[in-house]
Write a protein that binds this ligand. Sequence first.
Ligand code: CP
Length: 320
Amino acid sequence: MRVFQNAEDLGNLAAALKEAAAVKKNRFQYQELGRNKTALLIFFNNSLRTRLSTQKAAMNLGMNVIVLDVNQGAWKLETERGVIMDGDKSEHLLEAIPVMGCYCDIIGVRSFATFESRRDDYEEKILNQFIRYSGRPVFFMESATVHPLQAFADLITIEEYKRKARPKVVLSWAPHPKALPQAVPNSFAQWMNAADVDFVITHPDGYELDPKFVGNARVEYNQMKAFEGADFIYAKNWSCPGVTRPEDYGKVLSKDMSWTVDAAHMAVTDNAYFMHCLPVRRGMIVTDDVIESPQSLVIPEAANREISATVVLKRMLESL
Ligand code: CP
């Protein structure tokens, strides 16, 4: 596997889930695979889970790990071609990327949407330059539009906790004070569409996700109706994807607190599990009682980030 961006990059998902279960039983069984190999993890944005779980995954596989926080200690990078670099940016990404590739075997990159241009974000301008110029396999650690390591961990968690063969899974928008990217809901939708689940997306008017991620999901604008009989509730905020009104891309259109997931919402489900990728704003996305309830899977979900990353790095090591 040279690139990990989308669900299809893993091939057969059922096989990938089986592999994840085997890795979870003995996460150190492939220590030889990564011996004398180096993973470089590049962060343009903050992280807790991705940083720790991916480092742990690389160590599980016997790899060496280098972590670079681009905005703390590296030269400030120019990303546009054709500019006169007379400002505060000392190095161009077009030199920095191949240099980074010299020091490692596999590269992971986190680079969020900037919301400056929908086209640039949805064309994955930064990550595609890493794919093109690094000369190394590249895995996405949350890009402008996708967060596949999270979605794979979410799928592993659903597989572990599901009580019926084809559970009802609901992705629900919830309020947040700041504009957040669409990467997590996009990937979650993509992966649920690829999995064997009854998938429903619910959000206020104007928050329609890009059709390429919505796929065959049912979209229900009445949140309570969407929650009825659900087995899993996946809450997440996202800013306006700009599908129906491109000029609203990246804006916060609503802070409607009636969309906060509380006990009344959970009461209409089929004793659903609550999921969120974290970090989460309590009182905005979800109430304390719901996230602290026995039905909350936020910690097992975060723990499975180590498993999803181990499988992905293992696949990349196997293809070197
Ligand atoms: N869920 C997730 O990616 O968490 P971090 O932003 O802390 O890495």
